[in-house]
Structures are given as structure tokens and as C-alpha cells.
Write a protein that binds this ligand. Structure first.
Ligand code: FES
Length: 320
């Protein structure tokens, strides 16, 4: 009997599989679980993607495979999990020919870099450390440059939180170390950077797009308005004014610098951080396109000038 394809290995006869319900066979890199369920044959990685419990000891009911260690559940046919913290189980192609079951014993992805990029996006979006860890590892194994991974995480953080969080600072600090870190530490740096950014963004309001004002205005007017909005910590107004100035290049770079300083140093930190990322070869959109972090509305108009951060802004504004 001929194998349908040299990449496929024989798992056993369909009759045997039907009688036993499941068979574990050797895979290229790890054991593969072959399951017969209501006329269908599926093959999956036998290790639970959560913490490696052998799935052969799980139970199948109504097309759902349940791991008996932490009770993660998976759609049998696709391997997709219903419990996101557990991650999906890799599945492999199966062919039944002449009453024999053949399984492709490799869990390769057609485009591994693309696959792990998407998994990192999923892990960040759902704040799943396990998925982030695997996706970083997968991208590094697929020889994705470290800088590209940092860029993906940084852009996620900039777009999914309406302000600059500690996670982006941690990511930046670790990204600065990447050129001197050996492989294993580089992996840890990327993972922890991603984990903190994801935690920052979890449940946070995403960055909101703001538009330039509809009219063309004199640079002097825009500068005056910008000073006013910075002084009263009116973030949206300051941002729209800056965007208007940027559109026509009406505001000088010095004015833009003052505005970013006016955001209590967060703007300055952001500029420095982005400059450092740039030095690492990680290009980010211009800061004014990523949204700006200003003080909280609670600080606005407080007679004592608000928090120390707020008082710093007011001092800067007054110094102008
Ligand atoms: S090892 Fe399977 S759910 Fe934890």
C-alpha cells in the first residue's frame, strides 16, 4: 500500500481507530493524538497548549475536547480553544485511504513569521501572557528581527491606550538592551515588554483619533491658542491645535517642543523614547499621530494647581 504522500505517516487502520477511539503516534517533533469522533478523524498535538498535559487523557463530548488538568476546552476539528488562556492546539492534516489513516506529522505553518505575528497580536489584544510568550518565541524562531517585534508591540501600545503607560516605558528600556543581550535574555526582554504593554492596554480606552481644525489659521493664532490649552491642560484642544499647525507646518518645531513639555514631561519622555526606538532601527509614526497623553481631567482647574505633574505644566506654561 502506498502512502498518499511522503510527508504522511500511517497512524493505523480506521477500524482499529474506531474501536479504540484514539491513538497516539510519533510525530516529527512531538507525539500526535489521532481521534475518531462520530465518523470524523482528527489529528492534534498530544500536548495541551496550556501546560503540556497529555490530551489523550482528556475527554471528548459533542465535538469538544476537554483537557483534564485545568479544564481547557477545544473545538476538536480546528483545535481552537474556548478558553483563551490555554491557546489553540495545533492540528495536522489527515487522510483516510483504503481503510488506513495517514497523518502529516509536522505542525508547520505556511508562513511562520506571519502566523506568529498574528498570534502576538491576539496575545496582546487579550492580554494573554502564554500566547505572547509563544508568539515571541515563534517569531524569533522564524528569524523575525527583534526590532520588528518591538515595533509591533510598541504600535499596539500606542494605538490601544489613550496615553503613555508604564508598559511602553518598560518595553523601551528593554529594547535599548536588546543589542547586547544574548538570545535567551533577548527573548525574556521581548516577552516582558509585551506582557506589560498588554496589561496596560487591557480594559483601557483605545486612542481616539483627533482631527485638525477645519480652517487654515495664522501661525501666531495657533501658537496663542496652543499656549492657552496647555495652560489649562485641555488635551483635546491642544492636540487639535497642534494637528492644525502640523498640517500647514504653521507651528515651529520650538512651539511643538514647548507643547510636549507642557504635558508635564510625559511628552518629553515620549519624544526621548521614540528617539531611542528610532536609534534601534524601530520606526514609529510621528508622536502627534499616536495621540498625546495629557493630564487627567480631574487636575484641570484645581485651585492648588493639581498634582505635582499638573503644577509642573502650569509652571512651564507660565514661563512661556
Ligand atoms: S494543561 Fe491542559 S488545561 Fe492546563
Amino acid at each position: 500500500m502506498q502512502a498518499p504522500n511522503t510527508e504522511f505517516s500511517r497512524a493505523g487502520s480506521l477500524e482499529e481507530l474506531r474501536a479504540k477511539g484514539r491513538i497516539v503516534m510519533h510525530g516529527h517533533h512531538r507525539p500526535i493524538l489521532v481521534i475518531y469522533d462520530r465518523g470524523r478523524v482528527v489529528a492534534l498535538d498530544n500536548r495541551c497548549p496550556h501546560m503540556g498535559f497529555p490530551l489523550e487523557r482528556g475527554s471528548v463530548e459533542d465535538g469538544i475536547l476537554t483537557c483534564h488538568w485545568h479544564h481547557a476546552r477545544f473545538a476538536l476539528e480546528s483545535g481552537c480553544t474556548f478558553d483563551l488562556w490555554a491557546d489553540d492546539v495545533p492540528v495536522c492534516p489527515v487522510e483516510v485511504r483504503d481503510g488506513e489513516v495517514w497523518v502529516k506529522t509536522e505542525f508547520a505553518h505556511a508562513d511562520p513569521a506571519r502566523h506568529w505575528e498574528q498570534r502576538l497580536a491576539d496575545g496582546l489584544a487579550h492580554d494573554l501572557s502564554l500566547v505572547i510568550a509563544k508568539a515571541v518565541q515563534g517569531q524569533l524562531a522564524a528569524e523575525v528581527p527583534r526590532a520588528d517585534i518591538v515595533r509591533q508591540v510598541a504600535l499596539f501600545g500606542a494605538r490601544n491606550r489613550d496615553g503613555w503607560g508604564v508598559g511602553l516605558t518598560i518595553l523601551t528600556a528593554l529594547a535599548n538592551l536588546l543589542p547586547v543581550l544574548p538570545e535567551e535574555e533577548a527573548y525574556l526582554a521581548l516577552f516582558h515588554g509585551g506582557r506589560h504593554v498588554a496589561a496596560d492596554c487591557d480594559g483601557a480606552a483605545p486612542r481616539r483619533e483627533r482631527a485638525a481644525l477645519g480652517s487654515r489659521l495664522d501661525a501666531a493664532v495657533l501658537k496663542r491658542w496652543l499656549g492657552r490649552w496647555v495652560a489649562v491642560r485641555h488635551r483635546e484642544a491642544a492636540e487639535r491645535t497642534m494637528l492644525t499647525g502640523n498640517r500647514g507646518r504653521a507651528l515651529s518645531s520650538r512651539t511643538r517642543r514647548i507643547a510636549s513639555r507642557g504635558r508635564d514631561g510625559a511628552g518629553v519622555r515620549r519624544q526621548r523614547t521614540l528617539a531611542r526606538l528610532h536609534q534601534q532601527g524601530i520606526r514609529m509614526p510621528r508622536p502627534d499621530r499616536l495621540g498625546a497623553r495629557g493630564g487627567g481631567a480631574a487636575d484641570r482647574g484645581r485651585p492648588d494647581g493639581g498634582s505635582p505633574r499638573c503644577r509642573g505644566i502650569n509652571r512651564l506654561a507660565a514661563a512661556r
